[in-house]
Design a protein around this ligand. Sequence first.
Ligand code: 5GP
Ligand code: ZN
Length: 114
Amino acid sequence: MEDCIFCKIVKGEIPCDKVYEDEKVLSFKDISPEAPVHVLIIPKKHITSINGLKKEDEELIGYIYNIGAKIAKELGVAEDGYRIVSNCGEDGGQTVPHIHFHLLGGRKLNWPPG
Ligand code: 5GP
Ligand code: ZN
C-alpha cells in the first residue's frame, strides 16, 4: 500500500523504535504511549483491519499473539499482566488502516475500556 504509514515503517521509509522484527512481523514502540509499555505489533503484509482478514491469515494472527507473549516477557510485564488488543473501524477507535495489535502493560489497565 503506497500511502500506508505502517507499510512505510515496514519498508524503513519512516523510522520507528523497533522492538522485534522477523520475516512476517514488526513490532515497535507506539509514538504516543498510553501505558509504561505500549508497543504495536503488525504483520508486514498489508491487511486493513480485522474485517480484512482472510482464512489464509489465521496462522499469522496466532503467530502475532505468540510473538506478543515473547515481547511481553522481554519487556518485563508478562508476570504482572498486560493486554493485546486490535481496534477495528471507527467505533473501535482504529486510526491507522493497517491491522495492528497494541501491547499495553506496566500499569493496571481499566476494564471496560472507554
Ligand atoms: P489505532 O488508533 O489505529 O488503534 O492505533 C494506532 C496507533 O498508532 C496509535 O496508538 C498511534 O499513537 C500510533 N501511531 C500512529 N502513527 C505512528 C507512527 O508514525 N509511529 C509510531 N511508532 N506509532 C504511530
Ligand atoms: Zn499498510
